[in-house]
Design a protein. Structure first.
Length: 349
């Protein structure tokens, strides 16, 4: 029985192979996040890497003890831990999830949470996403059951205060609960081209990775930290007025201050934001992201496998035009992207 390399090591090998590391700071960034994300990978997804020819060539018996991962010798069942990614747009949340799915060679689907509504209302429900996952798995149920569903813009389904019947917010979160935890989903035959029967998909080992910018969450975290400080130090009546005034007028306009706050996020902060406790409890792994700096953005233009600059050079070459960029031009493009605050996505525009 062959043992598996650690998920962190295997993911980083694949990231390096695909030229997704831009400098040593981004290397440390990926090392940290893959270490956290690998906690959430359930055993079936990771086990199949070793069963494939590509995975078997990368086996390292010293990485993880075979007695832990050998189902015949050990009855321990490794369960999934769904993951919640928080951070600004263009910081690499979607790319990292796609890279993990590519490394594991499992079906992957992105669900736009802004289109989700409760069942019975106009719009899509979570079952539609499972149907898409099944289609990406070539209608192979066993393969779909170890796939990854990426819930994009999950912060947009936060419950709205004062709206009792929130079909696009709290209602969607409640409808997801059993799917996230693990249940049998009945997929309509009309969507899978299987006439007159339902297809049952077990979601127990489907990994759900939720992602959102959570704009304004930093301010909630800062208020919580200051309130904790207020209670801990028992501020006297003489200086409590000034303290509370600072608390009310706190501004988190500076990027560094916002990102520092996100590093201290807790489940209760997300509940204050509008996520219901039962929903957050099903995402035990919280991973905050930071904005990419100008140096990293400039290197993204030319270094990745499918970088933007080589794409445009190829387009211009079709018209027999040679397109070149010097370091100052790359720096200017990165500066414009920083000003637009759209991260790596802003480089193309």
């Amino acid at each position: 029985m062959t043992s598996l390399p650690s998920p962190k090591k295997y993911f980083l090998q694949s990231i390096i192979k695909n030229n997704l590391l831009y400098d040593y700071r981004f290397f440390s960034y990926c090392w940290f996040h893959t270490a956290i994300l690998s906690v959430g990978i359930p055993f079936p997804e990771y086990q199949q890497v070793a069963n494939s020819p590509r995975g078997s060539q990368k086996i390292s018996r010293s990485a993880i003890g075979s007695t832990i991962l050998d189902n015949e010798q050990h009855q321990l069942k490794l369960e999934k831990s769904n993951i919640l990614l928080l951070g600004p747009t263009g910081s690499g949340k979607t790319l990292l999830a796609q890279t993990i799915a590519q490394c594991l060679d499992v079906p992957f689907v992105i669900c736009d949470c802004t289109t989700l509504t409760q069942s019975g209302y106009r719009g899509e429900d979570i079952d539609t996403t499972i149907t898409k996952l099944l289609q990406n798995a070539n209608n192979k149920v066993d393969h779909a059951e170890i796939g990854i569903i990426f819930l994009d813009e999950v912060d947009k389904i936060a419950s709205t205060c004062g709206n009792y019947h929130d079909v696009a917010g709290k209602g969607v979160q409640q409808e997801m609960l059993k799917i996230l935890e693990g249940t049998i989903a009945n997929i309509s035959e009309t969507m899978t081209k299987k006439a007159n029967r339902l297809i049952q998909v077990d979601t127990t080992n489907i990994l759900f990775i939720a992602s959102g910018a959570y704009s304004g969450l930093g301010k909630l975290i800062a208020h919580r930290k200051l309130e904790e400080y207020y209670k801990l130090n028992k501020i006297t009546a003489d200086n409590s007025t000034a303290f509370l005034a600072d608390l009310a007028n706190m501004s988190l306009s500076e990027k560094d201050n916002k990102e520092n706050m996100l590093q201290q996020v807790e489940a209760r902060d997300l509940i204050d934001f509008g996520m219901i406790p039962e929903f957050i409890d099903r995402f035990p792994v919280l991973v905050p992201f930071q904005s990419l700096n100008k140096t990293v953005l400039a290197r993204i233009l030319i270094e990745p496998k499918n970088a933007i600059i080589p794409q445009y050079q190829m387009l211009f070459s079709m018209d027999k035009v040679e397109l070149t960029f010097d370091l100052h031009a790359l720096d200017a493009i990165a500066s414009l992207a920083m000003e637009r605050k759209t991260g790596a996505r802003g480089l193309r525009s």
